[in-house]
Design a protein around this ligand. Structure first.
Ligand SMILES: Cc1ncc(COP(=O)(O)O)c(C=O)c1O
Length: 395
């Protein structure tokens, strides 16, 4: 999709860097080409009071270091900090704020992220406002003297709205605000927000980055020395760190990330095109389709799209959605994304159930809205499955 459709060129060395950076055999006495898992929580010190690379597992561990080096490199960043989950990463980011500070959030973020901000961050005395960041004037109007951070997803979860990252970063810099983009839906393979001036990138590594649905992890990545000092402290003494075993699994998974993302993109695109022509479908949202309202911005800042497709079943009836979801045979009903296996869900009832009813309506999360995370199975079988489930929904 990338070049012929005018998207940014694919990062050609990505696969090789994912294979090698952080995993160099020379760093181990054994010359192992697969980084060993270091389970030790304590590291022997050569002399009292002389700083050493590793002291204590929470503060740093060779398995975590391998992964963080690779994640930073792939994102085009200098520093990466892994946390025990995506929300662990976001919660850690929020601790950079002080009581009385204000954050501006995109109006469409993962339901758990807004639940965290509304219930924990706000309780600590931070003010939060949600705006549609697709239009910069909304952001300009919502900025206050105490605003410190702009946090958004692009594309958004679940309706795939796109924000112009370069514009938002430029504006934020002019106001001395920190920007953080949740890049979970695309990964650094398809989008590198730091290249557009964004300060911090966040991922739920639980999704595409690990991709095998067997690890919960998050990461924050930055190029800024000052921010990295804060994040190192927050990671080390905040203590929400992943286990060495999980770091090992994600390091392994990164080696196939480029291949997996290409496969997800190919299947997701085919499913979206199929749905666009389906008589039982009202609307399809996929940033790689020319029908997407921000298609031009998408081309300017991404080199492709993942396997996430959002669509609306004709008729807007909850019963049709329920029957569609229960009739799927290959897609699993599940509230996650980014795994090898296809997942389907109703955001109104699963991933975004926490949003108040009027807010759901305002952002387009209606009862007939379906989010697909298209897997890497044979695409003809996936399409056949969707087709039979749509027909079953109207029987
Ligand atoms: C876009 C996005 N960001 C963050 C998260 C939270 O990540 P985790 O489940 O790893 O805490 C999710 C989880 O679904 C997500 O979809």
């Amino acid at each position: 999709m990338s070049n012929e459709n005018g998207f940014l060129p694919i990062d050609k060395t990505y696969g090789t860097r994912a294979m090698n950076v952080g995993s160099e055999a020379e760093q181990w006495n054994s010359l192992a080409i697969v980084p060993p898992i270091t389970l030790s929580a304590v590291f022997k010190q050569k002399a009292s009071g002389e700083p050493q690379e590793f002291l204590y597992g929470r503060l740093g561990n060779p398995s975590r270091q391998c992964l963080e080096r690779c994640l930073a490199d792939l994102e085009g960043g200098k520093y990466a900090f892994c946390f025990a989950s995506g929300l662990g990463a976001l919660n850690s980011l929020m601790t950079m704020l002080r009581s009385g500070d204000h954050i501006l959030c995109g109006d469409l973020i993962y339901g758990g992220s807004s639940e965290l901000i509304n219930n924990i961050t706000v309780r600590a005395g931070v003010e939060a406002t949600y705006v549609d960041t697709e239009d910069l004037t909304n952001v300009e109007k919502a900025v206050r003297p105490n605003t410190k951070l702009i946090f958004l997803e692009s594309p958004t979860n679940p309706t795939l709205k796109v924000t112009d990252l370069e514009k938002i970063a430029k504006f934020a810099k002019s106001k001395n605000l920190i920007t953080c983009v949740d890049n979970t839906f695309l990964t650094s393979y398809f989008q590198k927000p730091l290249n557009f001036g964004i300060d911090i990138v966040m991922h739920s590594c639980t999704k595409y980055i690990n991709g095998h649905s067997d690890v919960t992890m998050g990461v924050l990545i930055t190029n800024c020395d000052k921010i990295s000092k804060d994040l190192a402290l927050i990671q080390g003494v905040g203590g929400s760190v992943p286990s060495p075993f999980d770091c090992f699994l994600v390091t392994r998974s990164l080696k196939t990330l480029a291949l997996r993302m290409e496969a997800h993109q190919k299947n997701g695109f085919a499913v979206a095109k199929f749905l666009e022509k389906h008589p039982l479908v009202e609307k399809v949202i996929h940033p790689g389709l020319p029908s997407h309202p921000q298609f031009e911005i998408t081309k300017k800042q991404t080199s492709g799209h993942s396997g996430i497709v959002c669509f609306y079943i004709k008729g807007a009836k909850e019963a049709h959605t329920k029957k569609f979801l229960s009739s799927l045979k290959m897609f699993v009903l599940g509230g996650s994304i980014g795994g090898l296996k296809g997942l389907a869900e109703s955001p109104a009832h699963i991933s975004h159930r926490q949003l108040p009813a009027e807010e759901k309506l305002r952002v387009g999360i209606t009862d007939n809205c379906i989010r697909l995370s298209v897997g890497i199975e044979l695409v003809d079988e996936l399409i056949e499955d969707i087709d039979q489930a749509l027909k079953a929904a109207f029987e």
